[in-house]
Write a protein that binds this ligand. Structure first.
Ligand code: HEM
Ligand code: HEM
Length: 180
């Protein structure tokens, strides 16, 4: 089924979830490689790719959020304590906030540095920040921090999913994988 039901996420939510998992992993590796390069042509080229893919990720996160908002979400397992339900739901919104903050801070950093962000060289995004080195430095700090928070949050999130599957033996992991 394409849409979510009360018992499972649908195909579209699953594709968004796992595709973005792969893309964030790839972007974090690519970003760290980029940051390790000395200034020069190779770095500029790697940065161009990183920014273009980052913009694609931003669009995918926005589409995923839209899809989430117009769908039902699967029910929480019977008998889950209210506190755990609150934590699980809050964690999902934290993950969305981090998924948005990472590419947005990247775009702000580039714009404040006076470097327009192009989409695979096809067109440039509208610039809404004027050149401001201090602001660029600030967003660089944000961009260098948010991904670490995301990695930490995702470890907790994945640990919770595995706990549901192997210890509680409920359907939570299946809802996002093979469950219909
Ligand atoms: C969508 C997800 C993105 C992820 C997961 C990501 C991740 C990263 C990471 C992990 C680094 C290394 C940071 C450091 O060591 O301080 C980095 C660097 C960088 N990112 Fe991103 N990024 C994303 C999107 C973007 C976007 C959209 C832009 C700009 C339009 C961008 C621009 C940059 C630049 C310019 C650097 C190099 C900073 C330096 O020279 O040290 N990133 N990114
Ligand atoms: C970049 C990494 C990840 C992010 C940003 C992320 C984010 C999210 C978000 C926002 C949701 C809420 C559903 C939605 O709105 O689509 C969710 C659900 C879920 N995720 Fe992830 N996730 C990531 C990686 C993982 C990994 C590695 C696992 C498993 C080991 C996993 C297992 C699950 C499960 C089982 C659900 C359903 C939970 C429920 O219904 O309460 N996720 N994820």
């Amino acid at each position: 089924m394409m849409k979510n039901t009360e018992n499972s996420y649908g195909a579209i939510a699953k594709i968004f979830h796992w595709l973005l998992f792969l893309m964030f992993t790839f972007m974090i590796v690519m970003g760290n490689y980029l940051a390790s390069l000395p200034k020069g042509a190779e770095k500029l080229q790697a940065a161009g790719m990183h920014k273009s893919f980052g913009a694609v990720v931003l669009v995918l996160v926005l589409m995923r959020l839209g899809w989430r908002l117009i769908n039902v979400s699967p029910k929480d397992p019977e008998g889950t304590p209210a506190m755990q339900i609150l934590m699980a739901h809050a964690m999902h919104w934290v993950l969305y906030a981090l998924m948005l903050a990472q590419p947005l801070s990247g775009i702000m950093m580039s714009q404040a540095a006076g470097v327009p962000v192009s989409f695979f060289g096809l067109f440039e995004f509208p610039t809404f920040l004027t050149k401001n080195p201090e602001l660029a430095q600030f967003f660089k700090g944000v961009h260098g921090t948010v991904w670490i928070l995301l990695v930490v949050a995702v470890f907790g999130h994945a640990a919770a999913a595995l706990h549901h599957h192997f210890i509680r033996k409920d359907n939570v992991l299946k809802q996002m994988t093979t469950g219909a």
